[in-house]
Design a protein around this ligand. Sequence first.
Ligand SMILES: NC(=O)c1ccc[n+]([C@@H]2O[C@H](COP(=O)([O-])OP(=O)(O)OC[C@H]3O[C@@H](n4cnc5c(N)ncnc54)[C@H](OP(=O)(O)O)[C@@H]3O)[C@@H](O)[C@H]2O)c1
Length: 345
Amino acid sequence: MLHILASAALQFSLLPFGYGQILLVAARDAVPEVFDQLYALSQRQLFQLAKVRCHRCCIIAKPDSVSKSVFLRTQRLAGGVDLWFTGGMDRALFDLLGRTALVTGAGRGIGLALARGLADHGADVVLVARTAEQLEAGKRRIEDETGRKAWGLPFDLSNTAGVAPFFDRVVEEVGAVDILVNCAGVNLRGTTEDVAPETFRRVMDVNLTAALMLSQAFCRHRKQVSRPGRIINIGSLLCQAARATIAAYTCSKTGLLGLTKTLAVEWAKYDINVNAIGPGYIDTELTAPLKADANFDRWVLTNTPLGRWGRPGELVGVAVLLASQAGDFITGQIFYVDGGWTALL
Ligand SMILES: NC(=O)c1ccc[n+]([C@@H]2O[C@H](COP(=O)([O-])OP(=O)(O)OC[C@H]3O[C@@H](n4cnc5c(N)ncnc54)[C@H](OP(=O)(O)O)[C@@H]3O)[C@@H](O)[C@H]2O)c1
């Protein structure tokens, strides 16, 4: 059996490898309840993921100061240490343990990848979309593969009046929500001279109005619990560019960027950071018809300096940055993850 000395933050990333015994290292003066919670969570993960029976837990040092004497003491306690991981504080910057994220549009594509990525970094996740079967499959997969708790809660965001009550039901069911990712989005194409008001409204409702309604409910909730929060809005290249036949989509995405900046300015006083991610051309169900069109596919490859379509998982890094302690001083920004597309403009 392997004995591993790792910081509290690091030990979670070791679990998928199925190591036999992990020693939690936390600050000697760590708040006991926090440590107890961490211990309980790690127990659950150990049993679920690694099927490990034996688990030792001891508070012996600050994670950033694992010294030779700590190492020797651990060796005595554990009867030997086979692997020694340090650098836990760097990892803690991106650690989402103990946080819950609500991700809309998480039945598939980018939203599902973001939910999975946040769970990989320790967050419990609430998946929201309309298709219950996709949510159930995503929930199962995330729970099985990350050991985090996940919920799949169907809701149609075009029902903008129902968004606030829905959010309250979510809080009742899952407890506090710390991170909101507004990712659900639709695109209805047609020449702008013919666009019908109901088509325009439908896109705006899902892509922009629902994001505002959810953000408002989230803000009220964060104020109630007096805790900071993070909002991440999924924008688009069309936050700063335009293409023919998608007026409603473009307006909804430029609007979402405006909303991002406005909320960042207004809600800084509540300690709520609001940012956006602008994905380039990402291979998902939404873009499947575009990718299948040889001319459009060639256009994307030519105009994307990295010369390929992006993958949904490639947006996770920025999302984790914006959701975690690493993003404490970032608000009101948009980060393009686009293979260089916007640099070519
Ligand atoms: N793919 C790209 O290249 C790209 C580029 C830039 C920006 N984006 C943005 O990224 C986001 C995700 O796009 P994607 O490519 O992952 O699209 P996708 O594969 O079509 O996924 C969209 C998600 O949104 C959900 N959704 C759609 N309408 C909804 C509604 N009325 N209520 C609740 N959920 C709804 C869908 O689930 P249900 O249908 O089951 O409701 C699905 O889970 C969108 O905001 C999109 O604008 C994508």
